[in-house]
Write a protein that binds this ligand. Structure first.
Ligand SMILES: [Zn+2]
Ligand SMILES: [Zn+2]
Length: 276
C-alpha cells in the first residue's frame, strides 16, 4: 500500500478560485495520476486558512487574505463528487485550541493533519516580513520554539497526523543551523507523538524545497520508529504532477529505517497496512 493524504486540489495562490479546482474532473486527474504511480489510498487536505470559517479561529493578516472558500461546500464536494478521502490541514496556533476544535468537530473527516507553520505571528516557511528568522535571536531559539510547538500540537488531541515535522529546516543552508545535535530538538516532539497516539508524516515535499530533503530527517524517523510512532506517507502535492513525488526515495528511506507498515485512515480510525 502507498498513500497520499496530504494533497491540495487547489494552489496556494490567493488569486485562484475554488470553483476551478473543486470539480469532479480535477479530482479525476488526481486519481488517475495517483493510480499511475501506484498510490491506492488518496485523500485531500486543503489548508484551513483558505476557508472563511477559519477566521473564527485566528485573524492573522495572511489568513484574512487567504480565507475565501466555503468549508461546508468543500466537505460536500469531496464526499459527494469524488471517491477521495476527506481531510484537512489545520494549523496548530497556540491559544486557539478550543476554537479550532469547534471548527473541526463540525465535520466528519477521514483524518485531520496538524501543521506548524506559525510561531506566534511569525511564519516558519515564508520568506517575507512575517519570517520568524527576522525576529528570533538564534537558530537554537527558532528550532526549540518550533519543536515545542510540534509537541504541543500532538498533545492537543486535535490531529491524527503531525505533518512535515521538521519544516523548520525548509531553507536549508539559507538559514543558520543550531550547533546542537538535532536529536535534542526531535526527542520531546517524538515523545509527545507517542504519548498522544498520533502518526508522524514522512513527506517528500521537502525534496521540492530549498533544503532538498525528505521531511523529517532520517534521525527523526529512526527515533519515531524506535518509539513505535506510526508513520504516514504523503507528498503535500499542490498539483496532480506532484502526487507521489519521488516516492521511490521515500520508500527506500522508510525501509532502511525499519518501517514495514504505514498508517491508513477512515473516519478518523487508523489502521496499518504493509508499506510498498
Ligand atoms: Zn503545511
Ligand atoms: Zn500542505
Amino acid at each position: 500500500m502507498l498513500t497520499d493524504y496530504h494533497v491540495h486540489l487547489r494552489p496556494d495562490d490567493p488569486g485562484t478560485d475554488a470553483a476551478t479546482y473543486f470539480t469532479a474532473a480535477n479530482a479525476d486527474r488526481y486519481r488517475e495520476t495517483a493510480e499511475s504511480r501506484g498510490v491506492a489510498e488518496l485523500g485531500v487536505s486543503e489548508h484551513i486558512h483558505r476557508f472563511t470559517a477559519a477566521l473564527d479561529v485566528w485573524q492573522h493578516p495572511f489568513w484574512r487574505q487567504s480565507a475565501q472558500d466555503d468549508l461546508d461546500r468543500y466537505v460536500e464536494f469531496v464526499r459527494e463528487e469524488t471517491d477521495l478521502r476527506l481531510g484537512i490541514e489545520a494549523d496548530y496556533i497556540r491559544g486557539t485550541e478550543d476554537r479550532m476544535a469547534n471548527l473541526l468537530d463540525a465535520h466528519e473527516w477521514d483524518y485531520v493533519l496538524g501543521s506548524v507553520h506559525f510561531l506566534g505571528e511569525h511564519a516558519v516557511d515564508f520568506d517575507d516580513e512575517t519570517d520568524i528568522w527576522r525576529y528570533e535571536a538564534s537558530a537554537e531559539r527558532v528550532w526549540r520554539r518550533y519543536f515545542e510547538a510540534i509537541a504541543e500540537s500532538a498533545l492537543t488531541g486535535l490531529y491524527d497526523v503531525i505533518t512535515h515535522p521538521d519544516l523548520v529546516k525548509i531553507w536549508g543552508k539559507g538559514r543558520p543551523a543550531p550547533s546542537k545535535d538535532p536529536r535534542y530538538f526531535y526527542e520531546p516532539a517524538v515523545e509527545a507523538m507517542l504519548e498522544a497516539n498520533v502518526a508522524m508524516e514522512v513527506s517528500t515535499a521537502g525534496l521540492r524545497k530549498p533544503v532538498g530533503e525528505i521531511y523529517p530527517a532520517r534521525p527523526m524517523i529512526e527515533m519515531a520508529v524506535d518509539a513505535g510512532v506510526p508513520i504516514a506517507l504523503s507528498s503535500d502535492a499542490h498539483t496532480p504532477d506532484q502526487l507521489g513525488f519521488r516516492y521511490d526515495e521515500a520508500v527506500k528511506l522508510l525501509e532502511d529505517c525499519g518501517v514495514k507498515e504505514i498508517a491508513v485512515f477512515e473516519r478518523r480510525e487508523r489502521r496499518l497496512e504493509p508499506l510498498g
